[in-house]
Design a protein around this ligand. Structure first.
Ligand code: HEM
Length: 702
């Protein structure tokens, strides 16, 4: 068992050594192949857009927990009082947690350096040499899988002081990509320098990629700061759909309708959409003020079309539940309807995330063994809340391990229509069979019965065909595209049909050279940013994390070959001065995967630790049987029927069919079926009958 004290003072005692937990053989990873980029498209540069509301350098605040926690059956908006004795745990504007002590260049806050004292190898160079950009579709998983991952990410953390996709007001590079001279350089700058002969950026003379350091508890002068800097995260750590509801009461009140328990929506073309941003040109790369730009519980909502689509679906699900509850309990007031709908929405999301999504990433057996999920009867609570577990999001998780899944991003978003022939067959059936069968000759009846079988067959196989596609970098920060024509449903179907990119060392060109290009020929490189962020946050080395996870500490380069292919280790040798220097973001991303999981042993150890803490450190986790805050056994059984497929069915504009396992591609064992054949959560179990207080469920765990 691993028994380590983290830098924030708590010990990790539950997890077995990674080597014991994952004893199986290791799969081969895809070899790196570096493909040169195409010539730059000739789009003109857009004028720079500045606007109010961006976080400014030096602007960070520390959470102030309430002096006492009121008794509440619902989560607070800012995460406070989830832990009753330490109300600040998991709150917005608190520190990331750390598994392994920080390794700052100056021991306090400066970016990590080599053990030789020199700078670490250039982040863009590492991105180009170690990571590929091949387009390798995943054979099993759909793009919804990747997109749900980003939803979970945005729910759990957001580094302080960043603008994410929007142009940062702190400039480390000039607008034409040159480094600003040292005497004018803001202190939060840590620009990524572009190496000479860069296959993309050198074509247009870009020598510098903007990068602004994350704000820390030292910047914010937090009262309980220690000597070493700890980065702050500005959203609640819990999986509580803070991206939908906001991470403070103020944020929440700007998106809540305060009627019928509903969240604000705007109606256009017969559908309900997220409310509009109050600062269109500031929050989006809008060309004019009439362009659609959304407001939600998280400022990153507009970042890409798939994300805006899932935000919309989660918002509609809230209102769908609130409306359903209002019909069943007409005596409930707005607050009760809002909080109950929020509680159900969060529970469905947690259920989908832990039982449908995470097993794909962490492996079902691994999750069972480490008590992240249970195989329990449907009405049985799992009472594993442990107040000794800190629910904070770990720096090694958010800044290294979870970002490995940037590899799943696809640069082309398919728009999938219902298949025309299937549609025609259904129409034919409707017209002739249903309306006219009474009086048509028998022969026509026979023909129509055949047509019924054909249409059923089409339904059971595949109803979709690709009618177009969006280039990701054309639509960063321009979410309005999802409202055009039938795009919302087509994008939803597309995400449920299209393979995600294979989880490997390849990162799509759209995020490797064109990230947030804002109509310019090139943008930035997300992989280089991930590596630079690793150093900005002073993460301990790959070797340190190996050791922490119970794996063998390498004494030389060759020792890495137990988990990493020899050819990749050879590449590392050409870049890093020592095997002790390898960044965990890099080392963890090139390990061969553990069988049944989508990561190698080091990242799997960090991810497993994180999702254990996120579950067990959350007093409101949906499976808890707390008499006051939990669900009744019958309600819990309903929540456990929630699925990604049904969520998409219920909240599209007009999605009528879906494969039952939406994270998996359509196949004979996962055919597209009518939405009515996919189980739904029956809200009648929420009819106010006061049975709740008398229920005596069986309990698992303590
Ligand atoms: C089109 C999809 C995505 C885009 C464009 C994107 C882009 C970004 C960007 C720009 C950042 C901030 C980088 C920095 O300044 O350090 C970021 C952070 C991050 N991303 Fe992604 N990402 C995407 C999908 C995902 C997915 C699928 C995952 C994981 C499953 C993920 C995990 C993370 C994590 C953990 C962070 C750090 C969050 C924080 O604590 O601030 N992202 N991403």
């Amino acid at each position: 068992y691993v028994q380590k004290i983290s830098s924030s003072g708590y010990s990790i005692i539950h997890s077995k050594r990674a080597i014991d937990v994952f004893p199986g053989p290791i799969e081969n990873a895809i070899p790196t192949v570096f493909v040169n980029t195409s010539p730059a498209p000739s789009n003109p540069f857009m004028p720079p857009i500045y606007g109010p509301g961006y976080p400014q350098a030096g602007q960070a605040s520390c959470a102030v927990p309430p002096p006492a926690c009121p008794k509440s059956q619902y989560r607070s908006m800012d995460g406070s009082c989830n832990h009753l004795e330490q109300p600040q745990l998991g709150m917005a504007n608190t520190r990331y947690g750390r598994l392994v002590a920080a390794k700052y260049g100056d021991g306090v806050s400066a970016p990590t350096r080599s053990i030789t004292g020199d700078e670490l190898p250039n982040a863009r160079l590492v991105s180009l040499v170690v990571f590929g950009e091949m387009d390798v579709p995943d054979p099993q998983f759909t793009l919804v899988n990747m997109q749900w991952g980003q939803v979970i990410t945005h729910d759990m953390s957001m580094q302080a002081g960043g603008t994410q996709s929007r142009k940062h007001p702190t400039r480390c590079c000039t607008d034409d990509g040159l480094l600003i001279s040292n005497d004018l350089l803001p202190s939060t700058c840590f620009a990524i320098l572009v190496p000479p002969n860069d296959p993309a950026f050198s074509q247009v003379g870009i020598q510098c990629l903007n990068f602004v350091r994350t704000l820390t508890d030292l910047d914010a002068n937090c009262p309980d700061r220690q000597q070493q800097a700890e980065q702050l995260t500005t959203v609640t750590s819990y999986m509580d759909l803070s991206l939908v509801y906001g991470s403070s009461i103020q944020q929440n009140s700007q998106i809540r309708e305060f009627r019928g328990g509903r969240m604000i929506v705007e109606e256009r073309n017969g559908a309900e959409w997220l409310p509009s941003s109050q600062n269109v040109t500031g929050d989006c790369d809008a060309i004019d003020l009439t362009e659609v730009c959304y407001r939600a519980g998280d400022i990153r909502v507009n970042q890409n079309p798939g994300l805006a689509m899932l935000h919309t679906i989660l918002l509609r699900e809230h209102n769908r539940i609130a409306d359903g509850l209002a019909k069943l309990n007409p005596h409930w007031d707005d607050r009760t309807l809002f909080q109950e709908a929020r509680k159900i929405n969060i529970a469905e999301y947690e259920h989908i995330s832990y039982y449908e999504w995470l097993p794909i990433f962490l492996g079902y057996e691994n999750m069972l063994k480490n008590r992240l999920i249970y195989s329990a009867p449907k009405t049985t609570h799992i009472n594993d809340y442990d107040p000794s577990i800190d629910p904070s999001v770990l720096n090694g998780h958010a800044t290294a391990a979870f970002r490995y899944f940037h590899s799943q991003i696809e640069g082309r978003l398919d728009l999938a229509k219902k298949h025309l022939s299937a549609q025609l067959t259904i129409e034919c059936f409707r017209t002739f069979y249903i309306r006219e069968w009474r009086w048509v000759p028998k022969i026509r009846l026979m023909a129509n019965i055949i047509s019924l079988f054909v249409s059923l067959f089409s339904l059971m196989s595949e109803l979709r065909s690709v009618a177009g596609a969006l280039r990701l970098s054309d639509w960063f920060n321009r979410p309005g595209i999802i409202e055009l024509g039938d795009n919302f449903d087509s994008l939803t179907r597309g995400h449920a049909t299209q393979p995600q990119e294979l989880t490997d060392i390849n990162f799509d060109r759209e995020i490797k050279h064109y990230l947030f290009r804002r109509n310019r020929p090139f943008g930035s490189d997300l992989r280089a940013i991930d590596i630079q962020r690793n150093r900005d946050h002073g993460l301990a080395s790959y070797n340190d994390y190996r050791e922490f996870c119970g794996l063998r500490r390498a004494n030389n380069w060759e020792d890495f070959t137990d988990l990493i292919d020899v050819e990749i280790v050879e590449k590392l040798k050409t870049l890093y001065a020592s095997h002790e220097d390898v960044d965990v973001t890099v080392g963890g991303s090139i390990e061969r995967h553990v069988i049944g999981a989508l990561a190698g042993p080091t990242f799997l150890c960090i991810l497993t630790e994180q999702f254990y803490r996120t579950r067990v450190g959350d007093r409101f986790f949906y499976e808890n049987g707390d008499k006051y805050a939990g669900f009744t056994p019958d309600q819990l059984a309903e929540i456990r029927k929630a699925s990604m497929a049904r969520l998409l069915c219920d909240n599209g504009n007009s999605i009528e069919s879906m494969q039952p396992k939406a994270f998996l591609q359509v196949s004979n064992s996962n055919p597209v079926v009518s939405c009515s054949n996919i189980r739904e959560v029956d809200l009648s179990k929420w009819i106010d009958q006061k049975v709740y207080l008398t229920a005596a469920p069986l309990h698992y765990g303590k």
